[in-house]
Write a protein that binds this ligand. Sequence first.
Ligand code: HAM
Length: 411
Amino acid sequence: MNFNPPKGTDDIFPPASRAWRRALSIWERLAERYGYDLVIGPIFESTEVFARGVGESTEVVQKQMYTFEDKGGRSLTLRPEGTASVVRAYLGSGSQGVAKLAYAGPMFRYERPQAGRRRQFFQTGVEYVATASPDADAEVVELGYRFLEELGLDQVTVALNSIGDSVCRPAYLEVLRAYLDGQRDVLCDESLRNLETNPLRVLDCKVCAPILSDAPNAVDFLCDDCTAHFDSVRARLDSVGIPYRLEPRLVRGLDYYTRTAFEYIATGFDAAQNAVGGGGRYDGLAEALGGPAVPGVGLAMGIDRILLAAGDDGTDVVPLDLFIIVAAPERREVAARFLSELRLAGVRADMAPEQRSVKAQFRAADRRQAAGVAIVGVEWEDDRVVVRNLSKSTQDVIKREEVAAWAKGNR
Ligand code: HAM
C-alpha cells in the first residue's frame, strides 16, 4: 500500500500545520470580534442543495461535485462550498431574524489539481443572513481584508463589482446574449453552450474572456436600487479605509450572486490561482432552495491558497516555554505532576516521554525550541529546581512555585 493521500488532497502535517493552526485561530478570534456565531454543518448534503443553490449550469455542479448514492438510495454530495449549506441550515433552524454565522472546514471539488487548486481544500467563511443592508456587504468585505492583513499577507487587492439583481439582470443578459451571438465564431465550444444557459459564465471563461474586451458589463445596466446599494457599499468601504478596485468583469462562478461580488486577489503571488477569497450577496438563494425570500451576503477565504501566497510553511513555530529535564528515574513521578501544574498555570511545557540521559533530554529541549529548561534533581527535596535560559545560557536555582512566572518571562 502506498502512503500518499488521494490525488488533489494533502496531509497537513507539522510543521506546515502550525501555520494552519495560527491562521485558524486568527480567523476564529476575528469572526467572533465581528459578531459571528459558529455554525457546524454536515460535510455532505442532499445533492439538490447545491444543484438548486449553486446552480445547475455552473461548472461546480456540472463537473466538480463528489456525488454518491448512500445505502438508502439518497443522492448525496460532499459540499463543494459552504453558502448553500449554511442557508439551508438557517431555513431549517426556523430562525427568522438576522443571523451572523461563521464556519470553517474542508470543501470538495473535483478539479484538475495544481498548486493552490486542490480537490479537498479548506475554507473559513461567514454568512450575514436576513439583511439587505449595504452595511452588511461592506462589513463582510472588511472582515476578509482584515483577516489577510492579520495574517501578514500584503499586496492584496479587493476586486469589487455589482452584477445586478432580478430587476435589472434580465435586460442585461439579453444585451450580453445578443453581443455574444455576434461573437459565435470566436467562442470556444463550452462558451457556445453557456451562451444559451448561462451567458455570464462566458465572461468567466479563461479562453474567451480576454478576446471579449468590448462585451457589455453588468454594472452599466444596474437599476436605481442596485446603483444606490453599490454606491453605499463603496461609501462604507471608503469610510473604513478598505482599498478596492472596481472590476466590471468580475462575475464569480456560482449562480446565486446578486448585486455585490468581490474577490481578494493576492497580487504578489505568482500563480494561476491568485484569488485567495471571495464572496458576495445572494438575495435569491433562499428562494432557490424552496424557502422564503431571505437576503444575505457572505464570503469564504481559501486557507490553502492564503498560506501558499503568504509563503508560510509553519517553520516559524511558537516555541515551548519550558522543557522539564528529569535528572533521575525516581523523580519522574514528581516531574510529571510538576508538568501538569505548570500547564494548568498556562505555561507551554513538555518533557520527554521516556527516561533518557540528561544530555539526551537537553537535545530534545533544543529540538522542541524550548526557551528554557527546568531540571528536576536533588534540589527538589528543597522545593527548588535548576532553571536554564537556553538562548542566554544563564542558569539559576529558584523555588518551584516561581517557575511558571520565570518560564512566561522568557517568552
Ligand atoms: P469561491 O470563490 O468558489 O466562493 O471560493 C472561495 C475561495 O475558496 C476561493 O477564493 C479560493 O481561495 C478557495 N478555493 C476555491 N476552490 C478551491 C480549490 N479547488 N482549491 C483551493 N482553494 C479553493 C465560494 O465558495 C462561496 N461560497 C463564497 C461565498 C460565501 N459567497 C457568499 N458567501
